[in-house]
Design a protein around this ligand. Structure first.
Ligand code: GSH
Length: 304
């Protein structure tokens, strides 16, 4: 039985990124359905506040943000390797661009296009979650995002006309991050239509859509919480842990996304890597949990 538990929902683009990652590695995992709006009472006891999706759980260890999850899966399951060391820097830069900038260009026009099938609560939730989220077209935001996205699609198509994947012959983290955004955006007629005139981008998208998504076994929220309750987190520092003078071990830390979904997690620093910080939390119901975050994209405030 796999120890990997992915808290997700079917239509979540970032969950789709992780499903393809798990598929690429040939991994089996448990899939726990979470709601697509707050509150998330069976998720936040694990994260300490973070409400974004997906979240990866391994026993009493919780991994927030797909950038970190991809690195963790590469470490635990190195074969097959998604991103070889020679392409790692470029892949991470493109993945960061796609997960943040490209996603933000795609999100507003896409959800506006889906307005008829999404409930009003969804829009209220997203407006609270993202300060710049305004679906009424105010200030030309929807039109601007749409134009920016179309330009990005043209650039991606030009690259994919030259190489089968963004960084050459093989799939890397860069492709997975761009893929989940384009795959989500294609549901909006304006972007679906643009794909029709971008054959290289469209062929690349279909190639990744056809790839395996891992073997998922459904798990209930309660079963996942029980696993966290009965597991003990391992506080051992890894070999590549660093001494970060800004994040001293034992200090109380508040962690918050620097873009949207800014619910905070607070805990005591256990160890850090160059681009990872791990905090210990004690939840009255669940017990001891270690929550792992990337440093990139998160405000890290050591409490006085
Ligand atoms: N940088 C985060 C972004 C995650 C994200 O934006 N997830 C979306 C769903 S695809 C989300 O949480 N939306 C609000 C929600 O589902 O409650 C990551 O890479 O995991």
């Amino acid at each position: 039985m796999s120890d990997l538990i992915l808290h997700q929902y079917e239509t979540s683009p970032f969950s789709e990124k992780m499903r393809k990652m798990l598929g690429f590695k040939g991994l089996a995992y448990h899939s726990v359905e979470q709601p697509n709006i707050a509150p998330k009472p069976a998720l936040t006891p694990l994260t300490g506040g973070y409400r974004r999706i997906p979240v990866l759980q391994i026993g009493a260890h919780i991994y927030c943000d797909t950038a970190l999850m991809v690195r963790e899966l590469e470490r635990r399951f190195p074969d097959p390797c998604l991103t070889p060391p020679a392409l790692m820097g470029a892949a991470e830069v493109i993945a960061d661009w796609a997960d943040h900038r490209l996603f933000s260009m795609a999100a507003l026009p896409t959800v506006v296009a889906l307005a008829e099938i999404l409930p009003p609560e969804f829009f209220e939730d997203r407006a609270k979650m993202s300060p710049g989220f305004a679906t009424d077209g105010a200030g030309g935001r929807v039109a601007h995002s749409e134009n920016q996205m179309l330009l990005a699609m043209a650039t991606l198509d030009a690259q994919l006309d030259q190489t089968p994947f963004l960084l050459g012959e093989n799939l890397t983290h860069a492709d997975l991050s761009v893929y989940h955004v384009i795959n989500f955006a294609r549901t909006a007629p304006v972007f679906g239509g643009a794909l029709g005139t971008r054959p290289a981008l469209s062929a690349w998208l279909e190639k990744i859509r056809a790839m395996d998504s891992g073997t998922a076994t459904p798990m209930t929220q309660e079963a996942a919480l029980d696993i966290a309750r009965s597991a003990q987190p391992d506080k051992t520092s890894p070999q590549d842990a660093i001494d970060d003078p800004h994040l001293p071990v034992g200090a109380s830390l508040t962690i918050q996304a620097d873009d949207y979904g800014q619910e905070v997690t607070q805990g005591e620093i256990v160890w850090t890597r160059e681009n990872e910080v791990v905090v210990h939390r004690h939840d009255a119901d669940i017990g001891d949990i270690l929550v792992h975050y990337p440093k990139q994209g998160y405000r890290l405030a050591v409490d006085a």
